[in-house]
Design a protein around this ligand. Sequence first.
Ligand SMILES: [Zn+2]
Ligand SMILES: [Zn+2]
Length: 280
Amino acid sequence: MTIGFWGIHAGAVAGLLALGWSWTGFALALVLYVPRMFFVTGVYHRYFAHRSYKTSRWFQFLLALGAETTSQKGVLWWAAHHRVHHKLSDAPGDLHSVRQSGFWWAHMGWILTNGLEDTDQARIKDFARYPELQWLNKYWYLPVVAIAAVSFAVGGWFGLVWGFCVSQVLCWHGTFTINSLSHIWGGRRYATDDDSRNNPVLAIVTMGEGWHNNHHHYQVSARQGFYWWEIDVTYYVLRGLAAVGLVWDLHGVPEHIRSNAADLAVDDDARVSDVVLDAA
Ligand SMILES: [Zn+2]
Ligand SMILES: [Zn+2]
Protein backbone atom coordinates (compact mmCIF):
# COMPACT_ATOMS: atom_id res chain seq x y z
CA MET A 1 0.00 0.00 0.00
CA THR A 2 2.75 2.45 0.96
CA ILE A 3 4.79 1.79 -2.19
CA GLY A 4 1.71 2.06 -4.37
CA PHE A 5 0.57 5.19 -2.56
CA TRP A 6 3.79 7.12 -3.09
CA GLY A 7 4.39 5.57 -6.51
CA ILE A 8 1.03 6.86 -7.78
CA HIS A 9 1.71 10.29 -6.25
CA ALA A 10 5.10 10.34 -8.02
CA GLY A 11 3.42 9.19 -11.24
CA ALA A 12 0.90 12.02 -11.03
CA VAL A 13 3.56 14.69 -10.42
CA ALA A 14 6.03 13.36 -12.99
CA GLY A 15 3.24 12.83 -15.51
CA LEU A 16 1.92 16.37 -15.08
CA LEU A 17 5.42 17.80 -15.47
CA ALA A 18 5.98 15.75 -18.60
CA LEU A 19 2.57 16.26 -20.23
CA GLY A 20 1.70 19.74 -18.97
CA TRP A 21 -1.71 21.04 -17.94
CA SER A 22 -4.72 19.88 -19.94
CA TRP A 23 -8.39 20.68 -19.40
CA THR A 24 -9.24 17.48 -21.25
CA GLY A 25 -7.01 15.63 -18.86
CA PHE A 26 -8.61 17.30 -15.88
CA ALA A 27 -12.06 16.38 -17.20
CA LEU A 28 -10.89 12.78 -17.62
CA ALA A 29 -9.64 12.75 -14.01
CA LEU A 30 -13.08 13.97 -12.87
CA VAL A 31 -14.88 11.36 -14.98
CA LEU A 32 -12.99 8.71 -13.03
CA TYR A 33 -13.21 10.60 -9.73
CA VAL A 34 -16.98 11.02 -9.47
CA PRO A 35 -18.08 7.37 -9.74
CA ARG A 36 -15.20 6.25 -7.53
CA MET A 37 -15.97 8.82 -4.86
CA PHE A 38 -19.51 7.47 -4.95
CA PHE A 39 -18.10 3.98 -4.37
CA VAL A 40 -16.16 5.24 -1.36
CA THR A 41 -19.07 7.01 0.28
CA GLY A 42 -22.04 5.01 -0.96
CA VAL A 43 -20.40 1.59 -0.74
CA TYR A 44 -17.41 1.26 1.63
CA HIS A 45 -19.00 3.70 4.03
CA ARG A 46 -22.78 3.80 3.85
CA TYR A 47 -23.25 0.17 2.80
CA PHE A 48 -20.47 -2.00 4.24
CA ALA A 49 -19.64 0.00 7.36
CA HIS A 50 -23.14 1.21 8.28
CA ARG A 51 -25.61 -0.96 6.35
CA SER A 52 -27.77 2.06 5.61
CA TYR A 53 -29.57 0.28 2.76
CA LYS A 54 -30.05 -3.20 1.34
CA THR A 55 -29.24 -4.81 -1.97
CA SER A 56 -28.96 -8.22 -3.65
CA ARG A 57 -25.94 -10.46 -3.32
CA TRP A 58 -24.82 -10.01 -6.94
CA PHE A 59 -25.15 -6.23 -6.81
CA GLN A 60 -23.36 -6.21 -3.47
CA PHE A 61 -20.44 -7.93 -5.21
CA LEU A 62 -20.42 -5.39 -8.04
CA LEU A 63 -20.52 -2.53 -5.53
CA ALA A 64 -17.57 -4.05 -3.64
CA LEU A 65 -15.66 -4.46 -6.90
CA GLY A 66 -16.27 -0.81 -7.75
CA ALA A 67 -15.24 0.30 -4.27
CA GLU A 68 -11.93 -1.50 -4.53
CA THR A 69 -10.98 0.37 -7.71
CA THR A 70 -10.38 3.31 -5.34
CA SER A 71 -7.31 1.69 -3.77
CA GLN A 72 -8.49 1.87 -0.17
CA LYS A 73 -8.01 -1.83 0.53
CA GLY A 74 -10.70 -4.49 0.96
CA VAL A 75 -14.33 -3.70 1.74
CA LEU A 76 -14.22 -5.86 4.90
CA TRP A 77 -10.99 -4.21 6.01
CA TRP A 78 -12.36 -0.71 5.37
CA ALA A 79 -15.68 -1.27 7.10
CA ALA A 80 -14.20 -3.10 10.12
CA HIS A 81 -11.76 -0.25 10.75
CA HIS A 82 -14.44 2.37 10.25
CA ARG A 83 -16.64 0.74 12.88
CA VAL A 84 -13.81 1.24 15.40
CA HIS A 85 -13.82 4.95 14.52
CA HIS A 86 -17.48 5.23 15.49
CA LYS A 87 -17.15 3.09 18.58
CA LEU A 88 -14.33 5.22 19.99
CA SER A 89 -14.80 8.51 18.07
CA ASP A 90 -11.89 10.76 19.05
CA ALA A 91 -11.33 8.84 22.30
CA PRO A 92 -8.17 6.79 22.99
CA GLY A 93 -8.13 3.80 20.63
CA ASP A 94 -9.72 5.62 17.68
CA LEU A 95 -7.47 4.58 14.79
CA HIS A 96 -7.60 7.91 12.99
CA SER A 97 -8.38 10.75 15.34
CA VAL A 98 -6.88 14.21 14.94
CA ARG A 99 -7.47 14.81 18.63
CA GLN A 100 -5.55 11.67 19.63
CA SER A 101 -2.82 11.41 17.00
CA GLY A 102 -2.55 14.65 15.04
CA PHE A 103 -3.68 15.80 11.63
CA TRP A 104 -1.41 13.82 9.28
CA TRP A 105 -1.87 10.53 11.07
CA ALA A 106 -5.66 10.93 10.88
CA HIS A 107 -5.44 12.05 7.25
CA MET A 108 -3.31 9.23 5.86
CA GLY A 109 -0.70 7.86 8.28
CA TRP A 110 -3.07 5.28 9.70
CA ILE A 111 -3.97 3.72 6.33
CA LEU A 112 -0.30 3.38 5.37
CA THR A 113 0.99 1.76 8.54
CA ASN A 114 1.86 -1.92 8.51
CA GLY A 115 0.38 -2.31 11.98
CA LEU A 116 -3.24 -2.03 10.81
CA GLU A 117 -3.20 -4.33 7.80
CA ASP A 118 -5.32 -7.16 9.21
CA THR A 119 -9.08 -7.33 8.93
CA ASP A 120 -10.81 -7.86 12.27
CA GLN A 121 -13.35 -10.42 11.06
CA ALA A 122 -15.32 -10.24 14.30
CA ARG A 123 -16.17 -6.60 13.59
CA ILE A 124 -17.57 -7.38 10.17
CA LYS A 125 -19.31 -10.70 10.81
CA ASP A 126 -22.37 -9.58 8.85
CA PHE A 127 -20.41 -9.53 5.57
CA ALA A 128 -17.55 -11.89 6.42
CA ARG A 129 -19.75 -14.89 5.63
CA TYR A 130 -19.69 -14.18 1.88
CA PRO A 131 -16.73 -16.02 0.27
CA GLU A 132 -16.74 -13.71 -2.76
CA LEU A 133 -16.26 -10.71 -0.46
CA GLN A 134 -13.46 -12.50 1.40
CA TRP A 135 -11.78 -13.11 -1.95
CA LEU A 136 -12.10 -9.48 -2.96
CA ASN A 137 -10.90 -8.41 0.48
CA LYS A 138 -7.76 -10.49 0.09
CA TYR A 139 -7.01 -9.44 -3.49
CA TRP A 140 -8.14 -5.83 -3.12
CA TYR A 141 -5.36 -4.54 -5.37
CA LEU A 142 -6.60 -6.42 -8.45
CA PRO A 143 -9.40 -3.93 -9.26
CA VAL A 144 -6.85 -1.13 -8.84
CA VAL A 145 -4.43 -2.76 -11.28
CA ALA A 146 -7.33 -3.38 -13.67
CA ILE A 147 -8.42 0.25 -13.74
CA ALA A 148 -4.83 1.38 -14.25
CA ALA A 149 -4.45 -1.08 -17.13
CA VAL A 150 -7.71 0.04 -18.76
CA SER A 151 -6.68 3.70 -18.41
CA PHE A 152 -3.40 2.94 -20.17
CA ALA A 153 -4.97 0.70 -22.82
CA VAL A 154 -7.58 3.33 -23.76
CA GLY A 155 -5.62 6.55 -23.35
CA GLY A 156 -1.92 5.64 -23.35
CA TRP A 157 0.31 7.68 -21.03
CA PHE A 158 -2.21 10.52 -21.07
CA GLY A 159 -4.92 8.15 -19.88
CA LEU A 160 -2.70 6.61 -17.22
CA VAL A 161 -1.53 9.95 -15.80
CA TRP A 162 -4.85 11.82 -15.78
CA GLY A 163 -7.40 8.99 -15.65
CA PHE A 164 -5.58 6.90 -13.11
CA CYS A 165 -2.79 8.70 -11.21
CA VAL A 166 -4.24 12.22 -10.88
CA SER A 167 -7.76 10.93 -10.33
CA GLN A 168 -6.51 8.45 -7.72
CA VAL A 169 -4.56 11.07 -5.79
CA LEU A 170 -7.62 13.36 -5.72
CA CYS A 171 -9.86 10.48 -4.66
CA TRP A 172 -7.52 9.50 -1.83
CA HIS A 173 -7.14 12.98 -0.39
CA GLY A 174 -10.80 13.79 -0.95
CA THR A 175 -11.70 10.75 1.11
CA PHE A 176 -9.06 11.41 3.73
CA THR A 177 -10.42 14.90 4.47
CA ILE A 178 -13.31 13.20 6.24
CA ASN A 179 -11.01 11.71 8.85
CA SER A 180 -8.92 14.85 9.17
CA LEU A 181 -10.64 18.14 8.19
CA SER A 182 -14.18 16.97 8.99
CA HIS A 183 -13.17 16.61 12.62
CA ILE A 184 -11.73 20.14 12.87
CA TRP A 185 -13.29 22.46 10.25
CA GLY A 186 -16.96 23.35 10.14
CA GLY A 187 -20.01 23.78 12.32
CA ARG A 188 -21.57 21.45 14.85
CA ARG A 189 -25.34 20.98 14.86
CA TYR A 190 -25.37 18.03 17.24
CA ALA A 191 -23.63 17.53 20.58
CA THR A 192 -21.87 14.31 19.67
CA ASP A 193 -19.05 13.04 21.89
CA ASP A 194 -16.48 13.62 19.15
CA ASP A 195 -15.19 16.63 17.18
CA SER A 196 -17.15 15.91 13.99
CA ARG A 197 -18.19 18.90 11.85
CA ASN A 198 -20.58 19.82 9.08
CA ASN A 199 -18.85 21.55 6.20
CA PRO A 200 -20.50 22.38 2.83
CA VAL A 201 -17.16 22.64 1.00
CA LEU A 202 -16.14 19.16 2.07
CA ALA A 203 -19.64 17.93 1.27
CA ILE A 204 -19.13 18.98 -2.37
CA VAL A 205 -15.63 17.50 -2.60
CA THR A 206 -16.73 14.20 -1.07
CA MET A 207 -20.19 14.01 -2.60
CA GLY A 208 -22.03 14.28 0.72
CA GLU A 209 -19.64 13.07 3.40
CA GLY A 210 -18.89 16.60 4.59
CA TRP A 211 -22.08 16.51 6.73
CA HIS A 212 -19.98 14.56 9.15
CA ASN A 213 -21.49 15.88 12.36
CA ASN A 214 -24.90 14.77 11.06
CA HIS A 215 -23.37 11.39 10.34
CA HIS A 216 -21.85 10.93 13.79
CA HIS A 217 -25.20 11.96 15.29
CA TYR A 218 -27.11 9.31 13.32
CA GLN A 219 -24.81 6.86 11.57
CA VAL A 220 -27.29 4.47 10.02
CA SER A 221 -28.88 7.06 7.75
CA ALA A 222 -28.35 6.61 4.02
CA ARG A 223 -28.45 10.39 3.71
CA GLN A 224 -25.89 12.57 5.42
CA GLY A 225 -27.33 15.88 4.28
CA PHE A 226 -30.30 16.00 6.64
CA TYR A 227 -32.07 18.91 4.90
CA TRP A 228 -32.75 19.53 1.22
CA TRP A 229 -30.16 22.32 1.11
CA GLU A 230 -27.42 20.05 2.45
CA ILE A 231 -26.13 18.77 -0.87
CA ASP A 232 -25.47 15.03 -0.73
CA VAL A 233 -24.81 13.67 -4.22
CA THR A 234 -24.18 10.15 -2.94
CA TYR A 235 -27.69 10.08 -1.52
CA TYR A 236 -29.15 11.24 -4.85
CA VAL A 237 -27.33 8.39 -6.61
CA LEU A 238 -28.66 5.93 -4.02
CA ARG A 239 -32.17 7.27 -4.60
CA GLY A 240 -31.65 6.70 -8.32
CA LEU A 241 -30.45 3.13 -7.75
CA ALA A 242 -33.46 2.55 -5.49
CA ALA A 243 -35.81 3.92 -8.16
CA VAL A 244 -34.67 1.22 -10.59
CA GLY A 245 -34.78 -1.50 -7.92
CA LEU A 246 -31.05 -2.19 -7.55
CA VAL A 247 -31.02 -1.17 -3.87
CA TRP A 248 -33.83 -0.76 -1.36
CA ASP A 249 -34.75 0.05 2.23
CA LEU A 250 -32.74 3.27 2.36
CA HIS A 251 -32.62 4.20 6.01
CA GLY A 252 -33.92 7.73 6.59
CA VAL A 253 -33.60 10.23 9.43
CA PRO A 254 -36.53 10.26 11.89
CA GLU A 255 -37.72 13.78 12.61
CA HIS A 256 -37.09 13.55 16.36
CA ILE A 257 -33.45 12.69 15.66
CA ARG A 258 -33.04 15.35 13.01
CA SER A 259 -34.45 18.08 15.24
CA ASN A 260 -32.53 16.99 18.32
CA ALA A 261 -29.95 19.74 18.08
CA ALA A 262 -28.73 20.17 21.63
CA ASP A 263 -27.28 23.42 22.87
CA LEU A 264 -23.78 23.58 21.47
CA ALA A 265 -23.10 27.23 22.04
CA VAL A 266 -21.76 26.56 25.53
CA ASP A 267 -18.28 25.33 24.84
CA ASP A 268 -17.92 24.39 21.23
CA ASP A 269 -14.32 25.56 21.10
CA ALA A 270 -13.48 23.72 24.29
CA ARG A 271 -14.20 20.46 22.47
CA VAL A 272 -11.19 21.01 20.23
CA SER A 273 -8.19 19.90 22.19
CA ASP A 274 -4.77 21.54 22.05
CA VAL A 275 -3.55 18.60 19.99
CA VAL A 276 -6.08 19.43 17.32
CA LEU A 277 -5.18 23.09 17.23
CA ASP A 278 -1.47 22.31 17.06
CA ALA A 279 -1.93 19.77 14.31
CA ALA A 280 -4.21 22.00 12.27
ZN1 LIG B 1 -15.67 10.72 11.94
ZN1 LIG C 1 -19.27 6.39 9.40
